[in-house]
Design a protein around this ligand. Structure first.
Ligand code: HEC
Length: 292
């Protein structure tokens, strides 16, 4: 019996250690930024394993009850009486984990001093409490190995630094995306098809309501001819989009669009020059001829 008990202690300690190792492994992975997908997969796997374990347990308990019923049937009346008199396993467990002297025998534990009638018992710590204490020791050892000896998981400080580094990299990336080396006076029209496509996409979703999909004009003027109310150079168009035209439906887009976007849209507008779409509004404003 003693051997079995010892064995049980060892296996449960091992299980705790394995569980903690697995736990820290997942933690380390998410800290590495390995991606949500992998983590979710892990959680799902754990969930499934847990579910299956519970099912197996239920079936096992059921089979055990069945076996017991059979055994009972085979017992003689005397055997049955003895069997029923035995306390249940949880009663035994409860007694073992709460092992203390019954009230009537407390007298034996009395220490021999007496302070004005206050006496002291020499009770030992409850086994469940000691069990918890041992778990913390095992935990500490596993923790030490993981974080300080094998360094399988990063410490707080390292994780903080990694996250900062990742954020810095992200910031640098985004900054690189919008290197603005022009202003509204020095801007030049882009001829990059990707940037023109970006401008077109934005024009069609935001500007077409007033200027029509093909730029022929609706509530806003025709943008495909050579006549402009506010100038037809890339710089003029950039300014019109950026600042809008006060007291008209043409609002300022400065807060919605970064400079690159404004340049892309303005360049796209310029690329519509001379397309002569059907049903376009008549010319409005002054003739503008490009310098070259
Ligand atoms: C709510 C309607 C509306 C929307 C949306 C709109 N505009 Fe306009 N836009 C106008 C009106 C009206 C004018 C004429 C303003 C005036 O009377 O001077 C105008 C003028 C312009 C001009 C100057 C034309 C000229 O003759 O000088 C340009 C360029 C222009 N819009 C581009 C755009 C772009 C690009 C967008 C999308 C980012 C846009 N507009 C969105 C209504 C609109």
């Amino acid at each position: 019996m003693n051997i079995i008990r010892k064995f049980k202690h060892k296996t449960s300690a091992l299980m705790v250690a394995i569980l903690m190792l697995l736990g820290t492994k997942t933690y380390a992975q998410s800290a590495n930024g390995a991606g949500i997908g992998q983590d979710t997969m892990l959680y799902i796997t754990f969930g499934l394993v847990f579910l299956v374990s519970v099912l197996v347990l239920i079936v096992a308990i059921y089979v055990l009850q069945l076996l017991k019923a059979f055994i009972r049937k085979e017992m003689t009346a005397e055997q049955l009486a003895r069997y029923e008199a035995e306390p249940s396993w949880y009663a035994k467990l409860w007694a073992r984990w709460n092992d203390f002297k019954p009230m009537e025998e407390e007298e034996e534990l009395l220490l021999d001093h007496d302070y004005d009638g206050i006496k002291e018992l020499d009770n030992h710590l409850p086994p469940w409490w000691k069990g918890l204490f041992y778990v913390t020791i095992v935990y500490a050892v596993v923790y030490l190995l993981i974080f300080h000896v094998f360094k399988t998981a990063p410490l707080q400080e390292e994780r903080y630094e990694r996250e900062i580094a990742a954020a810095e990299a992200l910031k640098a990336n985004q900054a690189a995306d919008i290197v603005v080396d022009f202003d509204e006076n020095t801007v030049t029209a882009t001829t990059e098809s990707v940037e023109l496509a970006d401008g077109q996409k934005f024009f069609e979703s935001q500007c077409a309501v007033c200027h029509k999909q093909d730029g022929g004009g609706l509530a806003g003027p025709n943008l495909t001819d050579k006549y402009w109310k506010h100038g037809g150079s890339i710089s003029d168009i950039y300014k019109t989009i950026k600042n809008g035209v006060p007291n008209t439906a043409m609002m300022s887009w400065e807060n919605q669009l970064n400079p690159i976007r404004i340049r892309n849209v303005a360049s796209y507008v310029l690329s519509l020059q001379g397309t002569n779409p059907p049903g376009a509004l008549p010319p409005d404003g002054e003739l503008y001829e490009p310098e070259n």
